[in-house]
Design a protein around this ligand. Structure first.
Ligand SMILES: [Zn+2]
Length: 292
């Protein structure tokens, strides 16, 4: 007890030296990793939608209110990705800093059943990823001014890693003839990836996994696959693989494995960080596009 009191008074004397990490929350696993990279030891990140899970159809649990009650900041993607965000914030009366990581991204829209819908999957471009990192650093500085220099330094180092991987991805995809760069995935999660790296992605499901693909959508896609000679078909780690498996069976196209679209993997599965997720996806895409 005496030792504990001594430690406590030491902490009081030295200020932040022994301070507990600042509790913050991230809405999904990819963003959670980015916040960890920028926050380092100064923050304790809790992620609401974990590895291999689907944020589009997530239903908030009572536990989320508990972690938000403690949190100083809540990091979200925005662009409509977390459809449950308003409900959760209203239900919990969260009064901390809400940081929208996609702020400033040049968005694109997609036509879905006659409606224009903003694509939320902006993290699938590493240039956008660097914008996320800058927004995260700003958000952390807002709740912890003392740590701001640390966050800015972490953000600069991490951004440099993202920029260097961005160049590697451009070179790797650039080695594939343009006409071959066509890919089928389960849902439209790779629009930003496609724009950034020059790949055409097609999917039976739209921007969200909430709406199911119609029989007509699937028939149209199968026709496109046959006409365009698409060789690369992928399932995703966080959505139902059966539709793409069925399309592969009907077209005779080969399945290239699972891409990480909206969630990281569990630790040890090869895509447990944002950087590793990109390396994993490009490592699968390039040989599949080359027909290997
Ligand atoms: Zn998605």
């Amino acid at each position: 007890m005496r030792a504990l009191l001594a430690t406590m008074s030491l902490a009081l004397l030295t200020g932040t030296a022994l301070a507990a990490p600042i509790p913050v929350v991230a809405s999904f696993s990819i963003l959670g990793d980015m916040v960890k990279q920028v926050g380092g030891d100064r923050v304790e990140v809790t992620t609401i939608v974990g590895p291999n899970a689907d944020t589009h159809v997530y239903e908030p649990r009572p536990q989320d209110a508990v972690v938000l009650g403690e949190a100083k900041a809540f990091f979200v993607n925005g662009l409509g990705f977390e459809g449950w965000f308003n409900r959760l914030v209203e239900a919990t009366g969260f009064k901390g800093e809400v940081v929208t990581a996609s702020t400033g991204v040049v968005t694109h829209t997609m036509d879905e059943d006659g409606q224009k819908i903003t694509d939320p999957h902006a993290w699938q471009s590493l240039v956008n990823g660097q914008l996320y990192v800058a927004n995260i650093a700003k958000g952390l500085c807002a709740v912890d001014a003392e740590g701001c220099a640390t966050y800015e330094a972490n953000a600069a180092a991490y951004s440099a890693q993202l920029a260097s991987l961005d160049a590697e991805v451009k070179a790797a995809i650039g080695s594939v003839p343009e006409a071959e760069r066509k890919v089928i995935t389960t849902h439209d999660a790779f629009g930003y990836f496609g724009q950034a790296y020059g790949v055409t992605f097609m999917a039976p499901e739209g921007i969200s996994t909430e709406s199911e693909a119609s029989a007509a959508d699937v028939a149209k896609l199968i026709e496109q696959i046959r006409q365009a000679g698409v060789k690369a078909l992928f399932v995703e780690n966080m959505s139902d693989p059966r539709l793409v498996q069925q399309i592969a069976a009907e077209t005779g196209a080969k399945l290239g494995g699972a891409l990480y679209s909206d969630a990281l993997s569990e630790p040890g599965e090869g895509a447990a960080t944002y950087l590793d997720m990109f390396k994993h996806n490009v490592g699968l895409l390039v040989p599949a596009l080359e027909g290997k």
